[in-house]
Design a protein around this ligand. Sequence first.
Ligand code: DHB
Length: 460
Amino acid sequence: MLKIRVDQYQTKALLNGFLYREYRDLTYVERPVSEIQQLNLFIPQAYYQQESINGYTAATAPIFVPNTVGDYLPGPADFPGNDQWPSRSKTIEAALQRGYVVASPGLRGRTQQNESGDYIGKAPAFIVDLKAAIRFLRHNADHLPGNYERIITNGTSAGGATSALAGVSGNHPFFQPLLDELGAAKESDAIYAASCYCPIHNLEHADLAYEWQFNGITTYHNQQMDFKTDPPRAIAVDGELTNEQQKLSKELKQGFRAYFNQLNLHDQQGKELTIDQDGKGSFLKLIQALIMQSAQQVLNEGQTLSAEAGLTVVDQQVVGIDWPQYLAYIGRKKAVPAFDDLTLASAENDLFGTRQIPQQHFTDFGQLNSQVKASQADPALVAAVNPIHYLTETSGQTAHYWRIRHGASDRDTAFSIPLILALFLQDQGKQVDFAYPWGIGHDGDYDLVALFDWIDQICQ
Ligand code: DHB
């Protein structure tokens, strides 16, 4: 049942005439619980004519697997020309023309309910579905162009976290019963490489990280999505932290130091990274150096840097950064706690609901300080959707190649959150391409040429 009928394709063309075969709406599990559990598959026509694209052939083309998950909402399967939010059709179109086979799986999200009113897309549904989709692709590899040992996932924000999870938890036993329940193909779900833009992950430590970064900044400039409009519209929610929130911020900040220092992470030279008693230290210096490097790159390209960013530039060299000024320049987005909201109002509270309970806390801190009647998610489940968890044990397979980007103006999660992931991977001998690109906010796929250059470099 999980075999693609290889003759059931349509030949399509991009606007510039580039030809590809399209397989639509392929249900990738035997017992789906939602219509979203389907994928679309796109294959350059050239591979059926013994031609090559960008040096790739039907035997060697990488399999690019972008997802459309955002905000931990359902991420539907995408296709070229799709202009419906949350499509990233331009990514698919560009990837096809680079010679990649592209698979776009639909993944369940936190708001989905079945006819009985049960929630069917709470954690860990999004990653279970991506694994099932990867298994389905491998199950059909014999009859399709492409090298299924070169699967590369891609996503942004919650979708970046989804991509990261696929990269760290290949064939992990935690997921086997969940995959069996859905009737996923009995294949490997390990991947070759992961591209992660601003991954909103490590959720149970993200509040600590946010206050380590933003403690002292007491105004916030958030947005709330209005899903009644199409596309959804962002409404500004600005505010001032209360005295109570400022007190909690201090506690969370201190908690981050304790958390970070026991991770035992190292810089590229093998020197242990730490946070000292005043909240500074070698880890902060590393973050600052990376931000300065990214500013330097922009200067080297002949662009100017905002005078308000707090950088010291001498002879076209970025030689210093006034950290409080830089943080004030980018601004705080979220109140306290940033993720485990004390009234259960965050996307993450919603992600950690159950089949019957819409929202829950997912940290002891949130539960302890809750302002509403609330329950707490099973810590084992919270860990199971945290990529970092898999880097502290050895039961899963980890992709060897990683490209992680988090904009230097992104305030959706702290700078330390993507960096901790990169450092763990680096400490374990993985190849990690990491940067905080200058002037970029909470966004992804903004540098597709560079992303695809990286893919070519690891695949050719
Ligand atoms: C996303 C952004 C957030 O700030 C968050 O907390 C969760 C998800 C997103 O854009 O996917």
